[in-house]
Design a protein around this ligand. Structure first.
Ligand SMILES: [Zn+2]
Length: 157
């Protein structure tokens, strides 16, 4: 599968950044938040592909931050929270960066734990086929995978 390093320069704040992804696509400026910047250059990294773990981590991070390209499931214990608490929990899941060798031994960014109002919650990402019937045959390929983000109370794990 293709893999690119996309180079961007923001029309608004003029800052630049790069992002590795499986397509040459628009990105939002990480500096000022300007939306839909197109890459001015894309290096095809197909000859030097990243490891599967790197690919998985990038796909998982992007899904978790945007909630696009997959589904979000909240367990009964999380559904029972107030709308406000659920919204804060989702924001905390999206912002999670605290990966360690303990919670992320394969460096795939597929699991984390969050504190909210003195309670502990887990999030994890599972990989299903596009119809969500079986496991994905290749979780590094977004065309063959539906990512499912589950947010649960620790005792529901
Ligand atoms: Zn900008």
């Amino acid at each position: 599968m293709a893999w690119f390093c996309n180079h961007y320069a923001c029309d608004r704040c003029k800052k630049s950044w790069t992002d590795e992804w499986f397509a040459t696509c628009d990105d939002n400026c990480p500096h000022c938040g300007a939306r839909h910047m197109s890459p001015h250059q894309s290096d095809d990294l197909s000859l030097y592909p990243p490891s599967d773990a790197t690919r998985m981590a990038r796909l998982n991070d992007r899904f978790r931050r945007t909630l696009k390209g997959g589904r979000v499931v909240m367990t009964a214990g999380v559904e029972a929270l107030t709308e406000n608490a659920k919204a804060v929990l989702l924001l905390k899941v999206a912002a999670f960066e605290d990966f360690t060798v303990d919670n992320d031994p394969h460096s795939e960014h597929d699991f984390g734990s969050i504190d909210l109002l003195g309670e502990k919650y887990f999030w994890k990402i599972d990989y299903y086929d596009p119809h969500c019937r079986h496991g994905s045959e290749d979780p590094t390929d977004p065309d063959k995978t539906t990512r499912v983000l589950t947010i649960m109370r620790t005792e529901e794990y």
